[in-house]
Each structure stands twice: as structure tokens, then as C-alpha cells.
Design a protein around this ligand. Sequence first.
Ligand code: SF4
Ligand code: SF4
Length: 102
Amino acid sequence: METKACVGCGWCCLTDQCMESHRKHGYMPRCPEVFWDPFQQRYQCSMMLDPVQGLASRKALLQGKGCCAPLNPWRDDVRNRDHQPISPWEATESPEKTSTKG
Ligand code: SF4
Ligand code: SF4
């Protein structure tokens, strides 16, 4: 399958923590590092954005190597989903079904 660039839709981070997040925060309902960036209109990772301490995380998480879920429909509807109930099941539904706020 062809690799697609990350567009910051947030699907991967809002539905599941990565290993780096688990190491730093333990198991959480939502990764504390993911946030909606209103200027870039996409989700960002504060851990990976750290210019010094983020280096190891960026390497471990293969930053720049492409999207880990290229078929997820959120990619085509990038928006703030902070107030939307998130579950792995809802995340795989169509954007129309999951569209409540944002
Ligand atoms: S699902 Fe893909 S496009 Fe969306 S935030 Fe994750 S890596 Fe980026
Ligand atoms: S630490 Fe960063 S990459 Fe990992 S789940 Fe949280 S926001 Fe996503």
C-alpha cells in the first residue's frame, strides 16, 4: 500500500496511546500530549514538538514516515474532535455518523 503523509486528523492518538505515551504517562483514557492546533488546523503532539526531548520520541514513532492508518476516513475530514465521544468503534465509522461537534 502506498504511504500517505500524516495530515493531523488525530485518529491514531485520540483512539489509542502510543508506546511513548504509555512510558511517560501510563495508561490513560486519552493521551495528554495530543492537542488541537487552531493555527495549523490539525492535531499535534506536544511530546514530539519538544525540540530537545522530543528527538527520541520522533525517532521511536517514525515521524515523517507516513500515516499509520491511511484508510481511516478522518483523514478526509480534519477538524477539532475534542468534544466528540471517541472510541475505536466510532472512529471507524463514516465522518457523517461521527459528526457531532467540532
Ligand atoms: S491517523 Fe494518520 S493522518 Fe491521522 S494523525 Fe494519525 S498518522 Fe496522522
Ligand atoms: S505521545 Fe504523541 S504520538 Fe503518542 S499518542 Fe500521544 S500525541 Fe500521539
